[in-house]
Write a protein of this length. Structure first.
Lengths: 626, 349
């Protein structure tokens, strides 16, 4: 049997029992690789459970800097007898299966085409520790130690990480390093280390990562920091996976950054509401009253917030909503990822409503888009929904560092001060289109003793906010809202377009976390002579460039992670696409982040079996950066 | 608006300490049915704000959906107002209050809006002790959809079609006392003498103040057998008259000391009330619950200030928010700047 050989390019997966502390050990493993200067992307594939069910952790190591899932497993570290059968089956031919050899392996689990590495983890723990909890926790650290020998992880890097992790709890450092040493020692004395698949400190800049200024962080924390920097003062929320860590992180940073030094009082307020409806109501109330407020939720929460989103749209109250999508419908798969809230978010609520959506693809964008969303919400006086997902929100991603320009000033939109009201020659009309862009002027409650008060309502109103059932007035207001949506097209983030080196009639459109594996798939196809231009959507309403891209190509693959091709439908609905057949759905919706191989396979299949002749290769493509 | 109020102002109209007339506290012309109890409540709010010398623009009016929730259009036209969605006014009021703690928040709701669709939000705004006045205009029915039973309709009370309500009623005042309200009053839209001082006291209270005001629906629930009709409430009303003496004002009136009770509020104002019996301690939750249930069993309705907790922590105290309104802060207070972000980045490498 030929054992796989590869340096800095493989996929390793850990099979653990949920609630045993494995995620923090696995995360330390990934971070060590990151600190060695090698691009890495870890993913926690966890159950909706607190303790006892199988859980996995997949780490992609890619010298080229591909951060999406590749597909296939080269090394399996199996610490969970519950899932061992399927874990063995998942390893690619020539790969490695690392397992707890305290008990001999069931002969039915022995494959001839993979390599087995047995480490008696339970035995070592029984020998070294008396406490049951310690036996459980250190087992994870021991296998990380063993991997450091097998895969050639620099031991000092791991030691530093232990030091960082237990800063403030110094007495835990020595026992953890000891556990790492136990594993390292066992592996290096029993096996020929390193094995064929291993790591070498990164020497050159990876193709897809600009330089090693990169950080490793999760999207939810980045979004929370965006809200801190944007000056959000009110957060109202209801706990729901996978969005909970957004408000947790907001809370953490506010405790550090938003305490008034003189009084010790808080320059922010966080309320855990009784449900998502209430959370959205509080956000609307606070924004109406001139504070920047936001909430974070997932699909089920957006369903509940829909009525309020309609109110905010129609009454023109700014809202920032972070939707960390998970697999639906209904409760669906709460700990699995998907991009299946697109249509619901775009049209949330009854009546004619449309909402502005932003689609971040990296933690840096979670930060910058959340920061920007508060300006957009106040400039447009409407809800802005940030469409993150579980994969981006809860996993650690290598990302360019977060950036902030100290000259940045909040744009609070069209708000009239008491002076403005005094100087006005005409009567203040809350819903008058003074500037011709569909965006009216508003006032904060209490601004002026005599002027500026108006009645905010979800019922139809005239330009002065008075109730009306006059059809013409109603139509005028609805049309102005549409004009405002047109105005939005020019100020929401523009798409990222990449031209293929070859002229091509094919295009690929994607957004959010589909981008990484999609870019990789495009390169796989390019090597096979199939060239595609790409466009990464970053916002809705669709900018002019999106429409032009569709017009410029004969066939456009819309790659997304849902069953119904929701972005494709939105494009058909909201652009002047001449033919439905032009947009080809490329869909993955099993709840795990889509892989580059899968995307490449589906597009290849369409092109080679779909009576479409690929263009022949003429020149080598230039380097593409994500 | 189809209806326009005359702008005529009597030159000799009395003015308050701010130099404003009562008319300055009025709103648009009501579009409710003639004789609706809700209009009397709007009038009482106007009187209370006028007499309390409140600047109208310092008030934010909030409501849900229903006949009651339309009424913020009929008083204090100088105030901002937010007519939100059905049963969700408490959350909008909470957010608004978090943004600016310096305004006076008056929420108007009905029995459908509060006791049915909004019961969850109501219970939670009570337990958070949000600093607001929450008035339920309680008529036991859904007026705007033509008279369906509401959750406050008494068992055995027939609706206009003659169907007897067999479900048990929700007593919002008792519920509020149970879940931690710090000011609970009950009144009757037809009793201005009691209602105006109660509204004044509720507005002056620091924390959540509920006023459950029985307000007959003249169109759908004012027939002789209804327990929410003018006639029934007038007969069954066991009222504890209330006086409100704003802070710094000399207490002049004399009362029979045996039956009066004076409660000094946080700002120095005094609520004085006549109690029906001396065993009832309005500063004791249990006693308040027992008293209301005692009168209900006798087929009577106890009105007045039912319960008050003078010193309590309102939501801002619990959260520890800054004294300065959050909506007045800018980059200087709120934005940590690029240097801190650099340190964040460094910690993530």
């Amino acid at each position: 049997m030929q054992a796989k050989q590869s340096i800095n390019d493989f996929v390793i997966k850990f099979a653990n029992v949920n609630g045993t502390g494995s995620a923090s050990a696995n995360s330390m493993f990934a971070k060590a690789i990151f600190r060695m200067g090698i691009p890495v992307s870890p993913r926690n594939i966890f159950p909706s459970n607190i303790q006892g069910m199988p859980t996995w952790y997949e780490v992609r190591v890619s010298q080229d800097g591909y951060l999406g899932r590749r597909g296939g497993i080269d090394i399996m570290v199996c610490v969970n007898p519950q899932s061992i059968k399927r874990d063995v089956a998942e390893v690619e031919s020539g790969g490695y299966f690392i397992y707890d050899s305290t008990k001999p392996l069931d002969l039915r689990l022995v494959r001839k085409d993979i390599n087995y590495i047995g480490i008696p983890l339970t035995d070592i723990c029984l020998r070294e520790y008396t406490d049951a909890r310690q036996r459980l926790l250190f087992k994870n650290v021991i296998y990380v130690g063993a991997l450091s020998a097998l895969l050639n992880i620099e031991f000092n890097v791991l030691k530093d990480l232990v030091g960082d992790q237990f800063k403030g709890k110094e007495k835990l450092i020595t026992p953890n390093i000891y556990a790492l040493e136990l594993g390292h020692q066992y592996a290096s004395t029993h096996f020929d280390c390193p094995i064929g698949i291993h790591l070498e400190r990164g020497h050159k800049t990876a193709k897809h990562i600009e330089d090693f200024d990169n950080i490793l962080m999760d999207g939810n924390t980045a979004a929370a920091l965006g809200a801190v920097y944007a000056g959000a003062t009110v957060a109202a929320w209801y706990p729901i996976t996978p969005s909970t860590s957004v408000v947790d992180a907001f809370d953490k940073y506010c405790r550090r950054l938003r305490i008034d030094p003189g009084t010790g009082k808080k320059n922010y307020a966080i309320v855990q509401a009784e449900d998502e409806l209430s959370a959205m109501g509080m956000v609307i109330g606070a924004n109406w009253n001139g504070a920047r407020a936001f909430t974070a939720t997932s699909g089920p929460g957006v369903s509940l917030m829909s009525e309020f989103l309609g109110l905010a749209y129609f009454a023109e109250v700014p809202v920032v909503l972070i939707d960390v999508q998970r697999a639906g419908p209904s409760t669906g798969m709460p700990t699995r990822t998907q991009q299946s809230d697109v249509l619901m978010a775009a049209y949330a609520s009854h009546g004619d409503t449309k909402h502005v959506l932003l689609f971040p693809a990296t933690p840096a964008e979670c930060f910058s888009m959340t920061l920007e969303s508060f300006d957009l919400a106040e400039r447009l006086q409407t809800p802005i929904i940030i469409m993150s997902d579980l994969d981006l929100g809860m996993n650690e991603w290598m990302s360019p560092p977060l950036e902030f320009d100290d000259n940045f000033r909040y744009d609070r939109g069209k708000v009239l001060s008491a002076d403005d009201l005094d100087q006005m020659e005409t009567r203040f009309g809350r819903y008058s289109d003074v500037d011709g862009d569909g965006i009216p002027y508003r006032t904060y409650p209490g601004v002026h003793p005599e002027k500026g008060a108006y009645f905010t309502r979800g019922t139809s109103k005239d330009e002065y906010a008075a109730y009306t059932e006059d059809g013409a007035e109603y139509v005028r207001n609805m049309d102005r809202l549409l004009k405002k949506f047109e105005t939005a097209k020019a100020i929401v983030p523009e798409p990222k377009i990449k031209q293929s080196a070859m002229e091509t009639r094919y295009g690929a459109v994607f957004f959010g976390t589909t981008a990484s594996p999609a870019y990789e798939a495009i390169e796989i196809l390019e090597k096979e002579g199939i060239d595609l231009d790409t466009l990464r959507i970053r916002s809705f309403p669709f900018n002019f460039e999106v429409e032009q891209f569709i017009l410029d190509h004969d066939r456009i693959f819309i790659i997304e992670q849902n069953r119904d091709g929701q972005m494709r439908r939105l494009l058909l609905n909201e652009t002047s696409v001449p033919a439905k057949e032009k947009l080809i759905p490329i869909l993955e919706y099993d709840g795990l982040p889509v892989t580059a191989r899968k995307i490449a396979g589906m597009i290849r299949n369409y092109i080679t079996h779909g009576n479409v002749t690929p263009l022949t290769r003429r020149a080598a493509p230039e380097e593409v950066t994500t | 608006m189809t209806f326009v109020k005359p702008a005529f102002r009597h030159p000799d109209a009395p003015v308050n300490e701010l130099g404003r007339t009562r008319q300055d506290y009025e709103g648009g012309l009501s579009t409710l049915c003639a004789g609706c109890g809700h209009d009397s409540i709007s009038a009482a709010i106007i009187d209370a704000c006028f007499e309390l010398n409140i600047e109208p623009h310092k008030v934010a009016k909030l409501s849900g959906i229903g006949c009651s929730s339309k009424t913020p259009a009929y008083f204090l036209s100088g105030s901002h107002s937010f007519n939100s969605v059905h049963g969700r006014m408490p959350s909008v009021a909470t957010g608004a209050n978090l943004a600016n703690r310096d305004l006076i928040y008056v929420g108007i709701s009905g029995d459908g809006d509060t006791a049915s669709i909004g019961l969850g939000q109501f219970a939670h705004v009570v337990r958070r002790n949000l600093n607001m006045t929450y008035i339920v205009e309680n008529n036991g029915c859904y007026g705007l959809t033509k008279g369906q039973d509401s959750a406050t309709m008494d068992t055995g009370s027939p609706n206009k079609k003659g169907d007897i309500n067999l479900y048990s009623p929700i007593d919002l005042a008792r519920l509020a006392i149970e879940v931690g309200a710090t000011f609970v009053g009950r009144s009757f839209s037809g009793d201005k003498q009691q209602l105006i001082p109660l509204i004044k006291a509720a507005i002056s209270h620091r924390g959540f103040a509920l006023l459950d005001v029985i307000s007959p629906c003249v169109t759908f629930n004012n027939h002789s057998e209804s327990t929410k009709s003018y006639e029934h409430v007038r007969n069954a009303n066991t009222d504890m008259p209330v006086d409100f003496v704003p802070m710094r004002q000399e207490i002049t009136a004399t009362y029979d000391s045996g039956a009066t009770c004076e409660v000094c509020m946080h700002d120095g104002s005094v609520v004085r009330l006549y109690k029906q019996d001396n065993d009832y301690d309005i500063e004791d939750r249990q006693s308040a619950l027992e008293a209301t249930s005692h009168y209900t069993k006798e087929g009577k309705i106890l009105t007045g200030l039912l319960y008050i907790q003078r010193d309590s922590e309102e939501l801002h105290d619990v959260l520890g928010t800054a004294r300065r309104p959050l909506n007045s802060m800018d980059e200087k207070q709120l934005c940590p700047g690029s240097r801190f972000l650099d340190s964040i980045n460094a910690g993530l490498r």
